[in-house]
Design a protein around this ligand. Structure first.
Ligand code: SF4
Length: 282
C-alpha cells in the first residue's frame, strides 16, 4: 500500500480497544492513527513497543508490528530496535508508573543519545491496571488504595525531567483535546531525533481526583509566539504551578545517535572482518 492510500482504517487492528469506557487512552489512540496517516507511516515498517499497564495494550490496537515487553523497559527495547533497524519507524508507549517509576532511569540516556524514535507517555497519575495505587505523578494529597489518608510523596514533573536531560523534542497534550494531540504527534514523528509527548490521560475508573474536569479547568495552550528553541522558557512552562501548559515546549535540531554513528563509521574506517580490525591495533 502506498503512503497516499493510507487511511485510519489501515492502522486499526481487528482487536477493538478494551480500555474502560471513557478512559483517556481512547482520546490518544485516535489522534495517533490520524498522525500516522498524515505522516504516511507505513504499517509494515512500524513497530510499537510498550511496557506494562493499561497503556501497555496500545500496540494490540494498532495494525503494525508490536512488542509488549516488561515493566519499565519500553524505552531501551525501542532504542535497541532503532539501532538495529534504523529504517523502521519506532514508537514506545508507557504510563506514569511504567515510564517514571521503574522505567525512570532510562530518561537521561534516551534523551542524551537522541535516538530517533517517539515516546508517548500516557499519564493518569495512578496505577490503573493494578486497580488504583498511587503513582510517581499522583499529586499531594491525593488518596488512593495505597494512600487512603492522602499521598505524602512529592510528585515528579515529567516535563521538567525531560527538559533537564535535554531531550530534543518535548511536548504535552491532553486526551480531551484530540485535534491538538494529532498535531503534536505529527510534529513528534517528523522530528529527527528523540521526541516525547506527555499526555494527560485520565483514568476514569480508579482515579476520582485527577479527572477530565481537572484538566479542562487547568489546561492552557502555550502561546504561538513561544520560542521552542529556548529551553529556559520551556522550563518555565513546565514548572508553572498555576496552569498546566500544553503544546510544544521545546524542539531543537541536533544530530541523532544514528547520524553520529554514520559519522563515526566514516572516521573509523571500514573493516572487512575482525582480523582486519585486530591488525589495525597490533
Ligand atoms: Fe483506563 Fe483506568 Fe480503565 Fe485502565 S483502569 S483502562 S487507565 S480507565
Amino acid at each position: 500500500m502506498s503512503p497516499t492510500e493510507l487511511t485510519v482504517a489501515s492502522y486499526k487492528a481487528d482487536l477493538k480497544p478494551i480500555w474502560c469506557p471513557g478512559c483517556g487512552d481512547y482520546g490518544a489512540l485516535n489522534p495517533f492513527y490520524q498522525a500516522l496517516v498524515e505522516c504516511g507511516i507505513e504499517p509494515k515498517n512500524t513497530v510499537i513497543v510498550s511496557g506494562i499497564g493499561c497503556s501497555g495494550r496500545f500496540p494490540y490496537f494498532c495494525k503494525t508490528y508490536g512488542f509488549h515487553g516488561v515493566h519499565g523497559r519500553a524505552l531501551p527495547t525501542a532504542a535497541g530496535m532503532k539501532m538495529a533497524s534504523p529504517n523502521l519507524n519506532i514508537f514506545a508507549v508507557g504510563g506514569d508508573g511504567d515510564g517514571l517509576g521503574i522505567g525512570g532511569g532510562h530518561i537521561p540516556h534516551v534523551s542524551r543519545k537522541n535516538i530517533d524514535l517517539t515516546y508517548i507517555l500516557l499519564d493518569n497519575s495512578i496505577y490503573g491496571l493494578t486497580k488504583g495505587q498511587s503513582s510517581p505523578t499522583s499529586p499531594l494529597p491525593m488518596s488512593s488504595k495505597t494512600a487512603p489518608y492522602g499521598y505524602v510523596e512529592e510528585p515528579l514533573n515529567p516535563m521538567a525531567m525531560y527538559l533537564a536531560y535535554n531531550a530534543s523534542f518535548v511536548a504535552r497534550g491532553f486526551s480531551g483535546k484530540p485535534k491538538q494531540l494529532k498535531d503534536l504527534f505529527t510534529k513528534a514523528i517528523r522530528h529527527k531525533g528523540f521526541s516525547m509527548v506527555h499526555i494527560f490521560s485520565p483514568c476514569v475508573t480508579f482515579n476520582k481526583e485527577v479527572t477530565f474536569k481537572t484538566f479542562n479547568d487547568l489546561v492552557k495552550e502555550i502561546p504561538p509566539e513561544h520560542d521552542t528553541t529556548n529551553r529556559l522558557e520551556a522550563m518555565r512552562f513546565a514548572l508553572d504551578d498555576k496552569a498546566l501548559w500544553t503544546g510544544i515546549f521545546y524542539e531543537v535540531d541536533r544530530p541523532s545517535m544514528q547520524d553520529r554513528l554514520v559519522d563515526l563509521e566514516q572516521r573509523a574506517g571500514h573493516y572487512r572482518d575482525l582480523n582486519e580490525l585486530f591488525d589495525h591495533f597490533r
